[in-house]
Design a protein around this ligand. Structure first.
Ligand code: C2E
Ligand code: MG
Ligand code: MG
Length: 695
């Protein structure tokens, strides 16, 4: 055998030659092998079937003699056909009996072609080639069809044809499945119409009519409700054609239920709040924009739950969520003409009243809102009493655009909160002046950070017994280019709201540490107190910022004292505990500032890693009169001592206050009586003058 033959032999297609005549088998082997095929030989039908079954790579074609011992050609052909159907295995009959009945019989048994003996080998090789090429094409087509139908199944797409003259619809298996008619491929068009809702029937009729008379094409969506199945959404597309005077509609049905559901889900996530199922801020603003009209009185109300954050933190978020849900349900139950209720943000709900007759109606709604919020909420074993603050803006009475309407309601809400909550307030243009001022100050604060208009003042803290200066508290001042010195109460709240307290606070921390280190180097060995904002505590990186301020300045950590207030601590107790613990681990001291002005609950105080308690000025003020304050101050001092805390009294203005506190066992004193907050230079001068001892 030549080199070429061997290689084609190993890769060529395998043909099974079945004949009891060895001559024929050899002839076939010779000619087919030299044409590149591989050959398996069998001398009767039985042997052929065994070979076929046992071969790993099955023959792709069979040449089959008709008359053989053991099992003849017809029988063998029938058996082979049970194994492989049609064109996948071409079977070529070799017959010496060249009459029609033999050929017919062979075809009935499943043969695909025949050749008569004596065999012309050159012609036979050609026939084998054609048969195998047909087989190849058949397999390819089969593959394509499979893929197509797979794709259609994935797309849930089926095709069909309606003959409008006969009313007959032919349809593909995919449509049959869609319609719950598995196994069928024909139906009456009336039966299809009957599956549709009357409104969809009308739509479809219209679409068909339009396609015939107009564009020739149609596309519409309809619903399909089959018994015991969830409703489907179907997209129907079609094209009208006239063939031999008959109107045919050829088209597709696609089950787009999942797509529609996905779209609805996306829509919901974009426009609704998943917790309350209410419209969210985006949808609320969209609806406002769509519905706002110049010729009618309309109102927007912002409803904020008072103290929600504290409740949420102490109850846990799951219960906080339940509370919000409950409020959402209550607000939605209030019936007002075309009213829209949305969850605007966090604990703020927004309400739009598109039709307001008189302002009294708005008053009435606001009053109802306050009342329904006040109905106790039962969550598990808890019975919560809540209140709300409400801000209202009226259009076009007070504001002239959607933006101003929202801003106005928000400003009024803040006003209601500032006045203690549990009330509603209207926005008016005077408030607008305030809002403008805030905007201006916000810009100015940004500028102040850049051009270093801030300065720290230092107020001495005196040891009550020795009267030595043991520490200072750093207090920020803003040297405003035109307004002069601005005190913290004027700009700290705004810088907290705008987030600018973060860079400001960082500046304070670094400046105070550097100043304290400079004093240490000059032999002024005192503690440096720095006030913190709740926003700083919420920074995950805050402990790291403290560490780097210490490192950059070289100040020993035990000379830094960070002050937090009660309301800060309670607003996020868990976080405060964790941050203070990290700060304590650095070796830095911690103080509770303004004690007595917040919630005054001991249970949380015990949980906080504190070193010092600072009694608020409010308790010191009347301490030398006959009032209760002396008692309260004493109680706070005792309590702090029991908790193992160091006690500082703030705001001492008179000698008698100082003496009372000394008597009650207070450790340190801070106040105008000894010194006002001073600039760094002033403090240094004072310290040198008094040698650190104020009497
Ligand atoms: P605070 O931490 O309780 O500071 C004490 C405040 O009481 C200071 O007001 C101080 O000037 C004032 N004060 C001290 N002794 C007396 C006194 O004998 N009589 C009276 N009437 N007042 C006295 P200041 O400097 O206006 O600061 C007010 C608040 O601003 C501070 O209260 C603190 O909460 C906050 N603050 C000040 N500086 C900063 C800062 O750098 N960062 C942050 N986050 N807050 C700061
Ligand atoms: Mg303080
Ligand atoms: Mg204080």
């Amino acid at each position: 055998m030549s080199q070429k033959n061997r290689s084609t032999q190993s890769t060529g297609e395998l043909i099974l030659v079945v004949d009891d005549d060895e001559h024929i088998r050899r002839g076939a082997a010779l000619h087919l092998e030299s044409a590149g095929y591989r050959i398996l030989q069998a001398s009767n039908g039985q042997e052929a079937l065994t070979l076929f079954d046992e071969s790993k790579n099955k023959p792709v074609m069979v040449l089959l003699d008709m008359v053989m011992p053991v099992l003849n050609g017809y029988e063998t052909c029938r058996h082979l056909r049970q194994r492989v159907q049609g064109l996948r295995l071409p079977i070529l009959i070799l017959t010496g009996l060249n009459d029609e009945s033999t050929v017919d019989l062979a075809f009935q048994a499943g043969a695909t072609d025949f050749a008569s003996k004596p065999i012309n080998w050159a012609v036979l090789v050609q026939r084998v080639r054609y048969a195998l090429r047909d087989r190849e094409m058949y397999l390819e087509l089969e593959q394509k069809e499979k893929r197509l139908s797979h794709a259609q199944r994935i797309a849930k797409l089926g095709y069909g044809q309606i003959n409008l003259s006969t009313g007959i619809i032919d349809f593909s298996p995919e449509i049959a499945e869609m319609l719950g008619m598995e196994g069928r491929s024909v139906m009456n068009s009336q039966d299809f119409f009957d599956l549709l809702e009357p409104s969809d029937q009308a739509l479809m009729q219209q679409a068909l009519d339009d396609a015939i008379t107009g564009s020739g094409q149609y596309l519409f969506e309809h619903h399909l409700q089959l018994p015991d199945q969830p409703e489907k959404v179907i997209l129907q597309q079609g094209e009208a054609k006239q063939v031999d005077g008959e109107w045919l509609i050829i088209g597709t049905l696609q089950d787009i239920t999942e797509r529609v559901q996905a779209e609805e889900m996306i829509y919901f996530h974009t426009y609704y709040d998943p917790l309350s199922d209410l419209p969210n801020r985006i949808l609320f603003e969209k609806q406002l924009n769509e519905q706002l009209r110049h010729d009618e009185l309309q109102a927007v109300l912002f409803v904020g739950l008072d103290r929600f954050k504290a409740v949420n933190d102490s109850l846990g978020h799951t219960r906080g969520d339940l509370l919000l849900k409950e409020m959402a349900t209550r607000f939605s139950a209030l019936q007002r003409d075309a009213m829209i209720v949305a969850r605007f943000a966090g604990n703020i709900f927004s309400i739009y009243l598109p039709k307001v007759g008189t302002v009294e109606e708005v008053d009435d709604l606001a009053q109802s809102l306050l009342e329904i919020v006040a109905i106790p909420v039962v969550i598990g074993e808890l019975n919560l009493g809540m209140s709300a603050s409400i801000g209202i803006a009226l259009y076009p009475l007070e504001v002239e655009s959607v933006e101003r309407l929202l801003l106005g309601a928000d400003t009024a809400l803040n006003l209601a909160k500032q006045h203690g909550g549990a009330q509603y307030r209207y926005f008016s243009s005077e408030l607008d002046g305030l809002a403008q001022e805030r905007l201006l100050m916000e810009q100015e604060l940004r500028e102040a950070i850049k051009s270093e208009q801030f300065e720290l003042y230092y107020q001495p803290q005196i040891d009550a017994r020795s009267q030595e200066i043991v520490g200072v508290e750093a207090l920020i001042r803003w040297n405003h280019p035109s307004r002069g010195v601005v005190l913290p109460f004027k700009f700290i709240p705004l810088s907290e709201e705008t987030g600018m307290i973060i860079p400001i606070g960082e500046w304070v921390l670094n400046t105070a540490c550097q100043q304290a280190k400079r004093w240490v180097d000059k032999g002024i060995n005192i503690r440096m107190g720095v006030n913190l904002s709740v926003k700083q505590l919420q920074l995950e990186s805050f402990p790291a910022l403290v560490a780097s301020a210490l490192e950059a300045s070289g100040l020993p950590p035990e000379q830094l004292d960070l002050e937090v207030t009660e309301s800060m601590a309670i607003s996020d107790l868990k976080n405060t505990i964790s941050v203070l613990e990290q700060i304590r681990e650095l070796g830095v001291l911690t103080s509770m500032d303004d004690f007595g002005t917040g919630y005054s609950s001991l249970s949380y105080l015990q949980q906080l890693p504190l070193c010092t308690m600072k009694i608020d000025r409010a308790f010191i003020k009347d301490i030398d009169d006959e009032g209760n304050n002396a008692e309260i101050a004493k109680t706070i001092i005792d309590l702090s001592r029991n908790l193992g805390l160091h006690v500082i009294a703030e705001g001492i203005e008179t000698r008698s206050q100082f003496e009372q506190l000394l008597m009650h066992g207070c450790d340190e004193i801070q106040g105008f009586y000894f010194s006002k907050p001073l600039t760094a230079a002033e403090f240094e001068a004072l310290y040198e003058q008094t040698q650190g001892r104020l009497v």
